[in-house]
Design a protein around this ligand. Structure first.
Ligand SMILES: N[C@@H](CCC(=O)N[C@@H](CS)C(=O)NCC(=O)O)C(=O)O
Length: 284
């Protein structure tokens, strides 16, 4: 099947595919909807996709480490329903993508969008998970590596292997090649080391684990066998180590709206919510 692009591209709203109902060639709000604001200074508007989980696993680790100022309210943004195009959300993130954070602790509310910017903001605010000196630069190297790389894994490989209306050899080959190359980059880097940078947990791990760690753990796109994830032994060891942490489990639960009901905490307002407010306990 060949395709000849027309002289001018036009928006075909009926072109199908998993995300046809939310994809648009224009930005901005589609409807008026202020964002809710809870009792804590930090207000997170998110969904437990890998980009959302980066932030919730960091917030839960901050709390676990005793940073009580990291208490937060997490509100569910259903991107399939178009919540990211509400006026309040667009004010928090003009790019209409989760995660978005509002920090109300100062004189004027501070918006923070892009998951990498949020991780860096929290690291600097709490003086945690970002080492100094040469390791700071190395942490930022890997943070920015993730921001540039994951779109090939998610938007490229994941989209064409899992979400596209039909399998297409050319894009699947192209993005599988790149995804496996990226996994090999990580596997070589993680040989003989526990963490992405230095000898401790950092925002580089928070950024990379939800995408690449969860891919080798077999949680993404039903692609574990296709990608031969077991062969990335160093990534696998690191992924399992982080997966076993209680804060990782809590971070994965926050704003989760699919899968096992006991893992779905749609909104998080209090540390006890993990015990009492999951969907298996409160139903729909
Ligand atoms: N570079 C962004 C990517 C965020 C992103 O792609 N979020 C997706 C969910 S994982 C989203 O909100 N999609 C909604 C949409 O595209 O309308 C970040 O790291 O924060």
């Amino acid at each position: 099947m060949t395709y000849t692009p027309p002289k001018i591209w036009t928006w075909d709203q009926e072109n199908g595919g998993e995300f046809a109902s939310i994809n648009r060639p224009i930005a901005g709000a589609t409807h008026e909807k202020p964002l809710p604001v809870g009792k804590h200074p930090l207000q997170l508007y998110s969904l437990a996709t890998p980009n959302g989980v980066k932030v919730t696993m960091m917030l839960e680790e901050l709390l676990e480490a005793g940073h009580s100022g990291a208490e937060y309210d997490a509100w569910l943004i259903k991107i399939g329903d178009g919540d990211q195009f509400g006026s309040g959300f667009v004010d928090a993130n003009p790019n209409s993508k989760i995660p978005a954070l509002m920090d109300h602790s100062g004189d004027t509310p501070q918006r923070v969008f892009e998951s990498g910017s949020i991780l860096l903001y929290l690291a600097e605010k709490f003086g945690a998970f970002l080492p100094g000196g040469a390791d700071r630069t190395e942490t930022l190297n890997w943070l920015f590596w993730q921001m540039g790389s994951a779109p090939y894994l998610g938007g490229g490989f994941g989209h064409f292997y899992h979400y596209a209306p039909e399998p297409m050899e050319y894009p699947i080959n192209r993005f599988t090649m790149e995804t496996k190359r990226q996994l090999d980059v990580l596997d070589r880097h993680l040989a003989g080391r526990d963490w992405m940078v230095g000898d401790g947990y950092s925002i580089a791990d928070f950024a990379i684990w939800p995408w690449y760690g969860q891919t080798v753990l077999g949680r993404q796109y039903g692609a574990a066998e296709f990608l031969q994830v077991e062969s990335y032994t160093n990534v696998m060891r690191w992924a399992k180590m982080i997966d076993a942490r209680p804060a990782t489990r809590r971070g994965r639960m926050v704003n989760r709206a699919m899968g096992d009901l006991d893992m779905q905490l749609h909104e998080r307002h209090d540390a006890n919510d993990f015990e009492t407010m999951t969907q298996d306990k409160i139903g729909n």
